[in-house]
Design a protein around this ligand. Sequence first.
Ligand SMILES: Cc1cc2nc3c(=O)[nH]c(=O)nc-3n(C[C@H](O)[C@H](O)[C@H](O)COP(=O)(O)OP(=O)(O)OC[C@H]3O[C@@H](n4cnc5c(N)ncnc54)[C@H](O)[C@@H]3O)c2cc1C
Length: 421
Amino acid sequence: MIDTLILGGGLAGTAAALWLADLGRTCTIVEARPRLGGRAHARPWGAGGVAVDYGGGWLRKDHAEMIGLAQRLGLALSPRAPITQHSHFRNGMWHAAPAEDMKAHQAGLTQLLTDAAQMSDDTPASRALNAMTLQDYLTHRALPASVEREVLAWWALSGSAPPDQVGVNEYLTPKLAKGLLVKLEELAFTVQGGASIIPQEAAKASGADVVLGDAAERLEDRGDCVQATLTSGRKITARTALVALPLNTLSQIRFTPPLNPAQSRLSKLGHQGAAIKLMIRAQGPSPGHLATGEALGLRWIYADRHLPDGSTLLVAFGLFQDVGEPTLATVQAAMAAAFPTAEVLDFDWHDWVNDPFARGTWVSPALHSLPDYAAQHWAMQGRIAFAGSDLYSTEQGWFEGALLTARAAVAALDLCLKQNG
Ligand SMILES: Cc1cc2nc3c(=O)[nH]c(=O)nc-3n(C[C@H](O)[C@H](O)[C@H](O)COP(=O)(O)OP(=O)(O)OC[C@H]3O[C@@H](n4cnc5c(N)ncnc54)[C@H](O)[C@@H]3O)c2cc1C
């Protein structure tokens, strides 16, 4: 019998397979899609066939687990182009400065950055801020429209959810006190060839058996072993199991014994992360040019790099509820506002919200559900452990969070295997 059955071949599941192999443990990975990587998903796009990240792409400099794993697998990182220009778009036009009234804008910005600085203090004021959704906060502070527009632009990258459901603390954090651009400045690297190489190579190096294109439907802890039933009807038995699935897909699995009350509540509610990440190919924009504001729901557009044919790859974010199904006309209109001299060649994206094996982008917890994310509710129970970037960690929602939870789960699985055989 194998030591650990891993449900989910994303970053958390494949890294766990590698680290379990380091401890001499045998694994089988079950992945619903015909490919590994989950929300780390790169595929060739555009002339020259360069791999582009449709899901997660950027790493921070302090993401030690991610950088360490890339190094171990012999994968190179590419630095992000430095920010060379920041323009603001509104009313169908771009502007070098964000507001009609710079004085009111600066005062509103100062208020925002002051609030950000105190978010982790233990004071009545910071507790009140931490209890607000983004919408509550915007109403409470009545910031000038220009500041609100900027907040919503960056929210597409941070909160990435309807502003009335998710806490302002998903965006307003002490590091923001350095200025709004910090959220882009910290995105230091991408993985050369695309982020999905990491889970693919980790799975290969682990030596685990990989089952592709067969989703888990049931997972039973039988006391002396675990058994999963897959869509095909296949059953796989192992000593222990690791559930490394997106939070928003957990309700599709029948667990025996059932999930604990916090897990059950959260799997029914899900997280609210529902952004759109668009890749746009255009002639004209120089890498490093950022445009923020609002144009048909696309609020944040960054000229990322040149492609081999000389065109520029731009990455744009918006909220799913604002952008809807993007069309070439939408993208051209947004680009006409943000990069007026650019010629749009093409665009592409992946709909993570309607993807049955993701049901959302990166985690964005509804404010009232935060207690159910607490690590103790997701600690190993019986022979079943949980991991994934949607679960709580200091880097929740990032690739790094997937790895931190995988590390903790591997330690718990190894202990369980030692104690129970
Ligand atoms: C558009 C977008 C942009 C992002 N940008 C960044 C970024 O720049 N930097 C960053 O650090 N993070 C970013 N993220 C987040 C990052 O991609 C994720 O946090 C990370 O990839 C999640 O890894 P995971 O292993 O926890 O989950 P997943 O990658 O979702 O892996 C879970 C796996 O389980 C599989 N699965 C689902 N249901 C079943 C089933 N029933 N049976 C078997 N398998 C199943 C899925 O197919 C998937 O492969 C972004 C995410 C998105 C969507």
